[in-house]
Design a protein around this ligand. Structure first.
Ligand code: NAD
Ligand SMILES: O=C(O)C1=N[C@H](C(=O)O)CCC1
Length: 234
């Protein structure tokens, strides 16, 4: 399979190493907006760039009729626009805030636990995410997905990085050198606390998940998620 890497930073390079190992070719690399987006020899595009570049990158791939997956975070205010654009072009698109198998299992545990906790209002909910100091966005895309899942199951209306109101989930975003990604959800009462945590040990899981998603999506049409790729029920 011929892959375009839209973004060639930490993730682009990890994805390249795994893709080459799985006998794919990297036929296009875009590292900034002035590069030549020549999709003539590309089967799938993988966007891991920066929040300001993701929308343009995704649209350029869709314009060229190339299926595109995006792991870039911090651009989701334009998600609906991208879905409409993809549908108008009869294209193929998949976004995931986190491509690792472990986090996608963790998402299902989070949904189940928040369903259970919805009946016990004495517990307040707190999300903590920790990432490396180069990360441009806060909170992480993964923390936003976790918060949205909880909001769907409970009376919480929103999430906030600030002091939370009664109907808001507080997200604490910490930046510590070299941390690939840690997410913890805690339910606190006066009597006790219940926590679930996912800890990434490296970027390997994100990169492998992205390559598996690219292999899966290559010949498909439409808008997909990692639940489709990993065949997760729930
Ligand atoms: N979904 C996931 O599983 C997952 C996992 C890790 C990181 N991420 C996200 O992926 C993104 C990239 O992470 P990273 O650690 O590789 O960051 P990074 O800063 O190492 O790399 C980003 C790269 O994008 C390049 N870039 C700048 N402008 C560009 C443009 N117009 N077009 C294409 N590329 C451009 C930069 O040169 C840089 O090399 C971030 O948004 C991060 O949050 C997602
Ligand atoms: O390193 C990053 O940046 C990461 N970004 C994603 C997010 O924002 O959730 C996934 C974890 C690593």
């Amino acid at each position: 399979m011929n892959i375009a890497l839209l973004g060639y930073g930490r993730m682009g390079k990890s994805i390249e190493a795994i893709a080459l190992n799985r006998n794919h070719k990297i036929t296009l690399k875009i590292a900034n907006a002035t590069d030549d987006y020549d999709f003539s020899n590309v089967d799938v595009a993988i966007d891991f760039s920066i929040p300001n570049a993701a929308v343009t990158n995704i649209k350029k791939a869709l314009d060229a009729g190339v299926p595109v997956i995006s792991g870039t975070t911090g651009w989701l205010e334009n998600y609906d626009d991208i879905i409409n654009y993809c549908n108008t072009k009869n294209g193929t698109f998949l976004y995931a805030s986190n491509f690792s198998l472990g986090v996608n299992i963790f998402f299902e545990i989070n949904k189940k636990l928040s369903q259970l906790m919805a009946g016990f209002p004495d517990y307040s909910t707190e999300i903590e995410e920790i990432h490396h100091t180069q990360k441009l966005d806060a909170p992480s895309g993964t923390a936003i997905t976790l918060a949205e899942q909880i909001i769907e199951q409970t009376n919480y209306k929103n999430w906030t990085l600030e002091q939370p109101k009664a109907d808001e989930i507080h997200i604490e975003a910490k930046r510590i050198p070299e941390v690939p990604g840690t997410h913890e959800i805690t339910y606190n009462s006066e009597i006790d606390s219940i926590s679930i945590r996912h800890t990434a040990h490296s970027r390997q899981g994100f990169a492998l998940g992205a390559v598996i998603a690219a292999e899966w999506i290559k010949d498909k049409k439409g808008v997909f998620s990692m639940k489709d790729v990993l065949k997760i029920n729930g």
